[in-house]
Design a binder for this molecule. Structure first.
Ligand SMILES: Cc1cc2nc3c(=O)[nH]c(=O)nc-3n(C[C@H](O)[C@H](O)[C@H](O)COP(=O)(O)OP(=O)(O)OC[C@H]3O[C@@H](n4cnc5c(N)ncnc54)[C@H](O)[C@@H]3O)c2cc1C
Ligand code: FES
Length: 380
C-alpha cells in the first residue's frame, strides 16, 4: 500500500504532443508538405527538414537551448529559440511543455514562460526558469545537465493563469519559491507596456539568496514607484499568515490577485478569498496536483486500441503507466487542469488521485491524475 505517494515519471515514452500551434495559419506549407509526402516516400518530409536544420519540423514543435543562466544555487533560466510553428503570441502567465531526451527517452514536464511575449523581430526566444527539485528527475537535468545547443521538444503555450490587457488598476501578486515564474512574465510584460500602476507583490523564499530574479526585481521596484515588492525570508520570518493579510495589504479586497506557490499557500488563499465572497478576484496556478492518500493494490491496465497492457500500483497515474508500456498517450499540463489527456474507461476500476473518487465504466478519465484501483480497460 502506498500512502500519499507521488509517482515519479521515470518511464516517459515519446507521447502524443498537442498539434503545432499556428498550423492553420500556414495552409500553403501544409499543402506542400502533403505533396512532398507523396514524392519523398520512404523518407518523410520531416526527415529532410531535420537534415537541413534540426529546428525545422512540420510534425512537432522544437526549440534549441541557447543559454542556461544560473538564477540561484538550485535554479536556472533556460533561453530557448523555438523552431518553425511556435506561436509567440502567448499570454503572460501561460506555460509550455518541454520534452528532453534523457537516456534515449523523451521526458515531458510543464514550465511557466518567464519571458514576455514578443511578436516580432528576427531573434525571438522564450525563457523558462526551473528550480531543481530534490530527487526530481527532469528539473535537475534542466538546471544542471543541459548544454547550450541541446534540442528540446515543445508543446504549445497554454493555461488560464493570465493577465488581461490592459491590466487591472490595482493588482496583488502573492508568490513563493518557483511560483514567481509566471508572475515574472506578467511583470516583464507590464513593464514593457508601461502599465505598472499599482502592484503589491508579496514573495516568499527560504532565504534572501533563494530569491530568483533578485536584481531585476530590485530594479523594477527602483524604476516603478507603483511596484511594491516585499520579500519574506521564511526561514527567519516564518510563512505568510493569511489571517493577518489585512496588516500586510489593507486594501487586498480591492485588488485582482494572482497567486502561485506551494499547495498550502494556495489553499490558505482560496479559503480567505472564498470566505470574503471574493473568489472571482483570485487567480491561482498550481505546479502539482494535490493528491489524497492512496490505498489498495492497483491492477492490470489494458490499452484496448494499442493492444498493450501493464500491471501497476495504485499510485501510478494511468498516463505514466501507458507511457511506460510504450502507448502514445495524449497529454497537456500533466496535473489535472487542461483535460488534454482524457480517454474513455471501457471497463474496470479507476480512481481519481486527487479526490479518491472511483470512476464508472463508460465515463471519461483524466489519465494524468487517475490510477488503477483494480484491473481496467482504457480506450487508448
Ligand atoms: C502549469 C505548470 C507550470 C510549472 N512551472 C514551473 C516553473 O516555472 N518552474 C519550475 O521549477 N517548475 C514548474 N512546474 C513544475 C514542473 O513541471 C515539474 O513538476 C518540476 O520541475 C519537478 O519535475 P521533476 O521531473 O524534477 O520531478 P519528478 O521526478 O516528476 O518528481 C516530482 C516530485 O516528486 C519528488 N520525488 C522525486 N523522487 C522522489 C522520491 N524518490 N521520493 C520522494 N519524492 C520524490 C520530487 O522532489 C518532486 O517534488 C510547473 C508545473 C506545472 C503543472
Ligand atoms: S494532461 Fe492536463 S488534465 Fe491531464
Amino acid at each position: 500500500m502506498a500512502k500519499n505517494s507521488i509517482k515519479v515519471s521515470a518511464n516517459v515514452a515519446d507521447t502524443v504532443r498537442p498539434k503545432i500551434a499556428g498550423a492553420k495559419k500556414h495552409p500553403g506549407w501544409h499543402a506542400l508538405r502533403t505533396i512532398a509526402e507523396r514524392i519523398t516516400t520512404p523518407l518523410l518530409p520531416d526527415d529532410y527538414l531535420k537534415l537541413a536544420n534540426p529546428l525545422w519540423s512540420a510534425r512537432e514543435l522544437r526549440g534549441r537551448v541557447v543559454e542556461v543562466r544560473p538564477e540561484t544555487v538550485d535554479s536556472a533560466t533556460l533561453v530557448i529559440k523555438p523552431g518553425w510553428g511556435f506561436s509567440f503570441d502567448y499570454q503572460p502567465g501561460q506555460y509550455v511543455g518541454i520534452g528532453l531526451l534523457v537516456d534515449g527517452r523523451w521526458r515531458w514536464r510543464s514550465y511557466s514562460l518567464t519571458s514576455s511575449p514578443v511578436t516580432s523581430g528576427p531573434s525571438r526566444t522564450i525563457t523558462i526558469t526551473v528550480k531543481a527539485m530534490p530527487e526530481g528527475f527532469l528539473s535537475t537535468h534542466l538546471v544542471g545537465g543541459v548544454a547550450p545547443g541541446t534540442i528540446v521538444r515543445l508543446a504549445a503555450p497554454q493555461g488560464n493563469f493570465t493577465l488581461p490587457d490592459p491590466a487591472p488598476a490595482a493588482v496583488l501578486f502573492i508568490t513563493a519559491g518557483s511560483g514567481i515564474t509566471p508572475v515574472m512574465s506578467m511583470l516583464r510584460t507590464l513593464s514593457r507596456r508601461d502599465q505598472i500602476t499599482d502592484i503589491v507583490h508579496l514573495h516568499s523564499a527560504p532565504t534572501e539568496s533563494d530569491l530568483m530574479f533578485a536584481a531585476e526585481l530590485a530594479e523594477l521596484a527602483r524604476n516603478h514607484p507603483g511596484y511594491r515588492l516585499r520579500v519574506r525570508a521564511t526561514r527567519e520570518a516564518g510563512r505568510l499568515d493569511f489571517s493577518r493579510l489585512d496588516d500586510e495589504v489593507p486594501d487586498w479586497r480591492d485588488r485582482q490577485t494572482w497567486t502561485c506557490g506551494p499547495e498550502g499557500m494556495l489553499t490558505a488563499a482560496e479559503d480567505l478569498w472564498s470566505s470574503a465572497g471574493l473568489k472571482e478576484q483570485l487567480h491561482q496556478e498550481r505546479f502539482a496536483a494535490a493528491r489524497t492518500a492512496v490505498h489498495g493494490q492497483g491492477g492490470t491496465v489494458e490499452f484496448a486500441r494499442s493492444g498493450k497492457s501493464v500491471t501497476v500500483d495504485a499510485a501510478t497515474p494511468l498516463m505514466d503507466a501507458g507511457e511506460g508500456a510504450g502507448v502514445r498517450m495524449p497529454f497537456g499540463c500533466r496535473m489535472g487542469i487542461c483535460q488534454s489527456c482524457v480517454v474513455g474507461l471501457l471497463d474496470g476500476h479507476v480512481r481519481d488521485l486527487r479526490t479518491g473518487v472511483e470512476h464508472e465504466p463508460g465515463s471519461r478519465v483524466q489519465t494524468c491524475i487517475s490510477a488503477a484501483s483494480g484491473d481496467c480497460v482504457l480506450d487508448a
